[in-house]
Design a protein around this ligand. Sequence first.
Ligand SMILES: Nc1nc2c(ncn2[C@@H]2O[C@H](COP(=O)(O)OP(=O)(O)OP(=O)(O)O)[C@@H](O)[C@H]2O)c(=O)[nH]1
Ligand SMILES: [Mg+2]
Length: 419
Amino acid sequence: MSKEKKPGFFKRLLGALTGKKEEPEKEAKAEKPKTKAPAQRAPAKKPAAKTKKAPAKKAPAKKPAAKKPAAKKPAKARAPKKPAPEKAPPAEEIAEAAAPEPEAEPEPKKKGWFSRLRDGMSKTSNKLTENITAIFTKRKLDSGMLQELEDALIQADLGVDMAMRITEEVARGRYDTEIAPEEVRAILGSEVAKVLEPMAQPLELDSAKHPHVILVVGVNGTGKTTTIGKLSHQFAQDGKSVVIAAGDTFRAAAIDQLQIWGDRTGAPVVSGKQGADAAGLAYDALEQAQEAQADVLLIDTAGRLQNKADLMEELAKIVRVVKKLDDSAPHSVLLVLDATTGQNAVSQAQAFMEIAGVTGIIMTKLDGTARGGILVAIAEKFALPIHAIGVGETVEDLQPFDAYDFAAAIAGAAEQVEA
Ligand SMILES: Nc1nc2c(ncn2[C@@H]2O[C@H](COP(=O)(O)OP(=O)(O)OP(=O)(O)O)[C@@H](O)[C@H]2O)c(=O)[nH]1
Ligand SMILES: [Mg+2]
């Protein structure tokens, strides 16, 4: 998606890191609308009906762009019963006064996101910056420094391959010369962007499916249920009708947790009793979502069962059972990984790829960890699409994954670096 950004990214990042910008005006470009996680075009649909809880509210259709007030319409918010001024203002003026402020939304939203990402990633980037600065200040490059750099990169969970590649890139033609820490960080950022760029793929819904079935998997506590809540909010904002299946029947609280999200986002939640058969529940939910012609069905699953074999069996059964109603389902299997678990995330990814045929990754909790580099290691090892990342607990804290923003944040850039 952002191929054109690649050439020159290193230079721009270096400019951002050293404060020496070569491009006079790049702010204007920051406006470029970013692909949103649930990237869809289709118009708003009626929300799924017929489930236990009716949606608290209708999924709002896409926000209308700040509308110009229709000149002829009588203004609604006119002050009541005031003696008319001598000269009544023209209707246009009244309408204008009553009209909502035109919203200039996209830009602040995007800026807000980058600063959240940067702040969230600050533990990872500060540690890297600290180490890189300590290694590279006023010394001529030698193999000892390169070894130290490699160690620091491995410590940040970037993975051995990536650490070696960055180190090689730093070494290239620079032996015995001084290299500024900012330059090393810019190399780090551009190597990271190179690996991540092809993996940055928004979660696309197949509009031919009613519903598009999304199975959400991952070990306990990674953020599955929260992520479902956030996704459901985002889909609803995009005018999509969503049904949620509380497929984590292992934990009683999981059902309440989902119900809260469902109420908040207007999505019906199909749930059963604790201990109910998760596959049966997923079947019922899909049936209801199909009847309602919903756009999306999000299926939550248990992260923890008595043992791995049970978990494997349960997930396999869910898949088997939904296929009875739609043999192309599930259309997406999202693996939710928790960045704070560092290298553990690698073995989790391995296991769930085998168990559940993962089609994409969402990584949560990139805030509050110095191990954010794990996302790079995962991307490199599994070559799976990374759809979105989470840097906090609010709905706005889950956003589509952008390789360049992530690279700039990990390199410690204070602001977004765009083409
Ligand atoms: N800081 C931070 N916390 C998050 C993020 N995503 C989720 N959490 C928190 O992580 C905790 C666990 O989230 P859940 O959504 O319950 O995780 P789960 O995978 O459903 O857990 P189980 O149902 O036990 O398998 C909650 O307190 C969430 O608020 C994130 O991106 N950042
Ligand atoms: Mg859960």
